[in-house]
Design a protein around this ligand. Structure first.
Ligand SMILES: Nc1nc2c(c(=O)[nH]1)N[C@H]1C(S)=C(S)[C@@H](COP(=O)(O)OP(=O)(O)OC[C@H]3O[C@@H](n4cnc5c(=O)[nH]c(N)nc54)[C@H](O)[C@@H]3O)O[C@H]1N2
Ligand SMILES: Nc1nc2c(c(=O)[nH]1)N[C@H]1C(S)=C(S)[C@@H](COP(=O)(O)OP(=O)(O)OC[C@H]3O[C@@H](n4cnc5c(=O)[nH]c(N)nc54)[C@H](O)[C@@H]3O)O[C@H]1N2
Ligand code: SF4
Ligand SMILES: [Mo]
Length: 691
């Protein structure tokens, strides 16, 4: 038995950790952090160590599965591709191209083949009904930077390794390992901020793992961040602390701010947010006077009713303090494969959903509308669905309604290697190769990393003889849908071209000689050249967003209630909904618990460990109660991605640790109206004892 060590990037989350994988007899023996990776420096989390479990998982599909009246049948690939194309074309011939919808899930952006190979297939469908996990996640960020900087992916990231002041709203990178901020080894990097005399301040309705590492943590009412941010801006303008410095030379709209933020004084917002006026004043002072500072807000301020507005306010704060595009502030990357000039800059409102008239963004419609577009009869109804690398039954709002909708589709095709809560409804499942069977390069996440690096990982294992890569599946389907004899190009060829013509002119063959990856240095100032706006100016006050300040001011008028509000939480050993079939990741106590403050539990005469009924407008679930001082009174927290309760799935370990799905409670009607992004957090719930 000869052991070998293979080095590659972990594809699971955005952190891009380097893995050192020990292999013997064609099997993974052990996975550790790669000490020589210049970016992750040996960091690894439990999910990375479990990558082999996915590869070796007996439940992972290797051959196409067709659902017939008597159950699942394995079929050949050619037969499967022909069957899929025939069904899709028949529906489109009968009802028009929009009768077929597609939903692309989160791993689509972590997989080289789907990132570069799905586009042609999606275009071949000619459908306006495109959905993805973006609209249960970062759509507000994209909309904001599209309006301000001219490109939906021109997302600045905190210059974490050099900042002196990190102000966080609604993110828990100590668990998530960063998002729209690729940052492996975050804990060490946070500590380094404090060691060089800097500060970390966190606003979160839960005293998170990140908040516990911070210098200050403030509880905040879910969905009220916009008010605190507006009051911070108000204070800086009033006190003369706002100094955009060189940004003033290419920023339009600075003169409008004073008027817009006049009404949001710290005193005025205190009650609605739960944050004292003095706190806001002090914070505005400290942030504005720090030698460098960055405000960063992630999913807690995206998947809420003011997602777009909050993300805009964060950009405004960084700009008026001169911290955008400055060392230690909020900076743009210089990735080795620069995809921004190649991809769509974004578009807004070219078409709308049929039932609720929600706007398109960059060719996509909000996933909160998917179920109603399937369920509502009439012209333009969705009759067929393709899901790729997604599990919307567990990850989008009102999952139970979507589950029912999927059951009524004329045809459903899933590209996925598990029979899970979503794919169980498919008529055909096409399973792609495992993460260890294909090449890897993070086309997207090098764009969002706190340091410029590049790393290419060739496949570790040869592809199973029965399997196909995602890009091959897309290629075969595209050929059949478009009826052209196009050759199917491996993504590696595109990557090669992209790296060669990128800012560092890297040869893929040379990069491949560096199994630990290469360091390309810290982030560099990029403005104004990098701007994609036509006038090369930052549009500081996009009218479509700033007008939402009126709605925000409406929060000030709301009478406080005693209702409980539900928020989500991420866990280190979960990866959204799909890694619960690894024993090492689910072992131990039930993690799908409802955290509640002792005072809220006592008021309802509920005790720790008790099973309770949790209800919202759309549904009821049962969960175990975890009484915890970490929660803000009035707010309860449940992890997402659980609820593996359907007997006809084939994920045995996950089924044995089913938990309940938070998205059976989240409301498809609750959205951020500007973007259509789901407002998954802050929904009103009731908790009561069972029986
Ligand atoms: N271990 C693990 N890591 C992951 C993932 C995973 O599932 N597991 N998923 C990955 C993905 S897809 C993503 S998008 C990223 C997300 O990365 P993060 O944004 O860091 O994710 P969360 O840990 O959910 O942090 C959101 C925080 O917002 C808080 N919050 C909720 N509502 C509000 C509010 O109204 N205001 C404020 N201020 N805070 C609020 C929550 O309490 C929570 O602490 O994580 C990625 N990394
Ligand atoms: N309440 C609440 N809901 C949330 C969130 C929250 O914080 N709270 N977070 C939201 C966020 S940020 C996100 S990103 C979404 C995620 O939502 P989704 O993307 O819909 O769900 P995932 O759980 O990531 O499911 C990924 C699926 O892809 C499959 N898969 C894994 N790798 C591959 C691959 O390489 N190729 C293919 N073809 N398939 C693959 C897995 O088997 C799984 O079925 O969930 C969202 N839902
Ligand atoms: S932090 Fe993310 S990239 Fe790093 S090992 Fe864990 S899952 Fe993989
Ligand atoms: Mo996400």
């Amino acid at each position: 038995m000869t052991e070998q060590i293979h080095y590659r990037t972990c594809p699971l989350c955005e952190a891009m950790c380097g893995l050192a994988i020990t292999v013997a007899d064609n099997a993974v023996r052990q996975i550790r952090g790669d000490q020589a990776d210049p970016f992750s420096r040996g960091h690894i989390c439990p999910k990375g160590s479990a990558l082999g479990d996915i590869h070796h998982d007996p439940d992972r599909l290797r051959q196409p599965l067709q659902r017939r009246a008597d159950g699942w049948h394995q079929i050949d690939w050619d037969e499967a591709f022909d069957y899929a194309a025939t069904q899709l074309k028949q529906l489109q011939a009968r009802y028009g191209p929009d009768a077929i919808a597609i939903y692309q899930g989160n791993p689509s952006v972590h997989n080289l083949g789907t990132a570069l190979g799905a586009g042609a297939f999606v275009r071949s469908l000619r459908t306006k009904n495109r959905f993805s996990a973006s609209s249960v996640d970062q759509l507000p960020h994209q909309l904001v930077v599209y309006h301000m900087y001219g490109h939906q992916l021109m997302l600045p990231v905190p210059d974490l390794d050099r900042t002196q002041f990190l102000l966080i709203f609604g993110a828990n990178p100590a668990v998530s390992n960063g998002s729209i901020m690729s940052v492996p080894d975050i804990k060490r990097r946070l500590k380094a901020i404090q060691q060089r005399g800097g500060q970390i301040v966190v606003f979160d309705p839960r005293q998170t793992e990140t908040a516990q590492l911070a210098d200050q943590h403030y509880f905040i009412q879910p969905g009220s961040d916009g008010l605190v941010l507006a009051a911070l801006i108000h204070t800086m303008l009033k006190e003369g602390w706002a100094k955009p410095d060189r940004l003033a030379g290419f920023t339009k709209g600075l003169d409008q701010l004073e008027f817009l933020f006049e009404r949001f004084s710290p005193t005025v917002v205190a009650e609605a947010t739960g944050v004292a006026a003095d706190t806001i004043l002090q914070l505005a002072h400290d942030f504005a006077h720090a030698s460098s500072a960055v405000c960063y807000g992630r999913i807690g301020v995206s998947i809420q009713q003011f997602g777009t507005l909050s993300q805009w306010l964060i950009q405004v704060l960084n700009i008026i303090t001169g911290n955008l595009d400055r060392e230690g502030g909020s900076m743009f990357t210089t990735p080795a494969f620069d995809t921004l000039p190649l991809g769509s800059k974004g578009n807004v409102g070219r078409w709308h959903t049929r039932v609720r008239q929600l706007p398109e963004f960059a060719g996509e419609l909000p996933s909160a509308a998917l179920a109603e577009e399937i369920l509502t009869p009439g012209e333009g109804q969705i009759r067929g669905l393709i899901t790729s690398a997604g599990n919307p039954v567990l990850s989008t709002p009102n999952g139970q309604q979507l589950d029912q909708a999927l059951a009524g589709l004329d045809f459903m095709l899933s590209i996925d290697f598990y029979v899970n809560e979503t794919t169980r409804h498919a008529h055909l499942i096409l399973p792609p190769s495992s993460p260890l069977e294909h090449d890897h390069y993070d086309v997207l996440f090098h764009n969002l990393a706190i340091r410029n690096t590049a790393k290419y990982s060739p496949a570790l294992f040869e592809i199973d003889q029965y399997a196909r890569h995602d890009w091959q599946i897309f290629g075969e389907l595209t050929q059949r849908m478009s009826e052209k004899e196009d050759r199917i190009f491996p993504p590696k060829a595109m990557l090669e071209r992209g790296l060669r013509s990128g800012p560092y002119a890297i040869q893929l063959s040379e990069l491949a000689q560096q199994p630990h990856g290469i360091d390309l240095g810290p982030l560099q100032p990029r403005l104004p050249e990098r701007l994609f706006t036509e006038d090369k100016q930052i549009q500081l006050v996009p009218p479509a967003i700033a007008s939402d300040l009126d709605r925000l001011a409406g929060l000030l008028q709301q009478v406080p209630t005693k209702q409980l509000r539900l928020i989500s939480r991420r866990q280190l050993r979960s990866n959204n909904s799909w890694m619960h079939n690894s024993q090492r990741l689910v072992k131990g106590d039930d993690r799908c618990t409802l955290q509640i403050h002792p005072s809220d539990a006592a008021q309802r005469q509920l005790t720790h460990g008790q099973h309770v009924k949790l209800s919202s407008r759309v549904g009821t679930i049962e969960v175990a109660l975890e009484v915890s001082e970490l929660m803000m009174p009035g707010v309860v927290s449940l992890p997402h991605g659980w609820g593996h309760r359907y007997p006809d799935t084939k994920i045995q370990i996950a089924q044995a640790h089913a938990g309940s799905s938070i998205n059976d409670l989240t409301d498809d009607q609750a959205i951020d109206p500007l973007s259509g992004n789901a407002a998954l957090n802050g929904i009103v719930v009731e908790v009561e004892a069972i029986g």
